[in-house]
Design a binder for this molecule. Structure first.
Ligand SMILES: Nc1ncnc2c1ncn2[C@@H]1O[C@H](COP(=O)(O)OP(=O)(O)OP(=O)(O)O)[C@@H](O)[C@H]1O
Length: 278
């Protein structure tokens, strides 16, 4: 009997310091000794107030390094147990700024990764078109394939970005507030879409948000970061099946979790005070 290959992303004792903006003071410690391990193909929500260091942690896992700053300052990022300090073949990222090429059609935007050596060489060419077609179908944009990004709404553009990520069938998907710029209704639609796509093709997903509702609607696991310096103030699992809609959000279980998170965010933790509006 074949077993699925093991998968894991691990942060070990991560400390991150950045230079003070005025350049005159000691470096600022943004993250202080964070350790986390992810080893299931679920949706993991990294929740915290603006500026607490969520993106810093996510980018580290994706091998995205800011110019001129050592990241992490100390500690280790491991993928499948191996130290990883650069872009990893099995990791794909989705950002809030969806970065679709304005001069390429929807179809060509989704097919774009296959032009890069990393995927050109690893995905058989005969699969490219079928994969792109299937992804456009899955995100509901099959009839917009010939349109340019400028002819689409923000939500549709984010669907293109999501399709471009998932067309690679990543083992690990990192999402940095991907729906943060969308209006409430579109955001809800995108959350339901992501839940459906994840159910059809589960992958280890780490999703940064500062929206408690989003964390509760999507997460199999929710980690709450304190600030500053950031540490893990709370870490719990949600076992309710997805899709989770308004009815679940009004359930006693969800209300209890929401209160738990809001209390944590507003009261501060033992390790770091939190001052937030969410
Ligand atoms: N390259 C950098 N140089 C200096 N400071 C930085 C750099 N990158 C991030 N910071 C600072 O580190 C802190 C954490 O930033 P980060 O973007 O990781 O937070 P975040 O929780 O993702 O915030 P948001 O929710 O607003 O996106 C912020 O105070 C930010 O200004």
């Amino acid at each position: 009997m074949s077993t699925a290959p093991a998968i894991s992303v691990e942060l070990r004792n991560i400390v991150q310091q950045y230079p003070a903006r005025d350049g005159s003071r000691q470096p600022i410690t943004v993250i202080n000794d964070v350790s986390l391990r992810f080893d299931k193909p679920g949706i993991n929500m990294l929740l915290g107030p603006s500026g607490c260091g969520k993106s810093t942690l996510l980018h580290m896992m994706g091998g995205v390094r800011p110019f001129g700053v050592d990241t992490p300052t100390s500690g280790d990022v491991l993928i499948d147990g191996q130290p990883c300090n650069a872009a990893h073949d099995d990791v794909v990222m989705v950002f809030q700024r969806y970065a679709n090429r304005p001069d390429l059609s929807v179809w060509d935007n989704v097919a774009l990764p296959f032009r890069f050596a990393r995927w050109y060489n690893s995905v058989p060419q005969k699969e490219w078109a079928a994969r792109v077609d299937a992804m456009l179908e899955a995100v509901g944009l099959a009839d917009r394939r010939r349109n340019l990004p400028g002819q689409l709404s923000g939500g549709q553009n984010q669907r293109v970005a999501l399709a471009r990520a998932l067309v690679l069938r990543p083992r690990i998907l990192l999402m940095d507030e991907p729906f943060g710029a969308l209006d409430a209704q579109t955001r809800t639609e995108m959350q339901q879409l992501l839940a459906k796509l994840h159910q059809d093709s589960p992958c280890l997903t780490i999703f940064v948000t500062h929206d408690v509702t989003e964390a509760l609607v999507l997460g199999d696991r929710v980690m709450v970061l304190s600030t500053q310096p950031a540490n893990i103030a709370d870490d719990f699992e949600i076992h309710a099946p997805r899709p989770r809609g308004e009815q679940w959000l009004r359930s006693a279980e969800a209300i209890k979790m929401e209160e738990r998170v809001l209390t944590m965010l507003h009261s501060g933790s033992r390790r770091g005070a939190v001052a937030v509006s969410v």
